[in-house]
Design a protein around this ligand. Sequence first.
Ligand code: GLU
Ligand code: ZN
Length: 294
Amino acid sequence: MPDKQAYIGRFAPSPTGPLHPGSLYTALASFLHARARQGKWLLRIDDLDTSRNIKGSAESILKTLEAFGLHWDDSVVYQSQHIELYNEYLNELAKNNLIYSCTCSRKTLADIYSGLCRDKRTSQNEPYSLRIKTDERTISLQDELQGLISHNLTGQHGDFILKRKDQIIAYQFAVVIDDDRQQVNHVVRGFDLLDSTPRQIYLQQLLGLATPDYMHVPVIVDKQGYKLSKQTLATAVDIKTPHVVIFGLLDLLRQNPPRELQHAPVAEQLNWAIDNWDPAPLKNSRTINPGCNS
Ligand code: GLU
Ligand code: ZN
């Protein structure tokens, strides 16, 4: 009998700008969760959406993680290197009659796609997207922090897109294939992605892939309650004083770092945090507002 499966986690930023405190917060949580279980922590750059990629930001993200002592295992993986693999999986789904092409324009579409093109013969001369057929099944997961989540796929998501009209592989699809390819069995990421998880589990079921454990940590929001992101002009983290940033983030992760640690080198702070890691105080939290933390 093989040993209990070893923990494999990952951080998968999109190279759409420099790392901001909100992403570093998630990175730190996922790093600590992995290291506290003597697990591997992999780094993947989710660079498929070429329209959103910003030149140089992958390099800048790697440099920032290094500066904060968040060292990853193995070599960095870039999703853009696996385009053939995604297409192979698409072919498999096509063979099983589980995907179809859709030429609907954004204007004619409501949020939840009704399946208009399911039984239509679309002319392949105009740009089309590929959609997965969903059914009435309910997908449930037990999130380590957010508890039981259940989604009805047809009712809540409809037939969602796996490959966009511009040929770009959709996040929902790529993430499932890459997590499997890297044998990731623990996904720690921001609460904003929880809504995507049932769709990803559905794809895992159709493709016969294992479903990892999920833990969705709260996202840092600004005073108005908006998630820090490029859109809200979140500034890049300051890498000149990493120990100040890490101490602040440990506080926001509700780890209660001892005062003596405030001026300690980052490596020491992280060692303390690994030894004492306990995500329980984040239970049921969806957002963290730095101004209101007490
Ligand atoms: N690349 C995604 C993002 O930056 C995260 C992917 C994931 O953790 O599943 O939002
Ligand atoms: Zn359509």
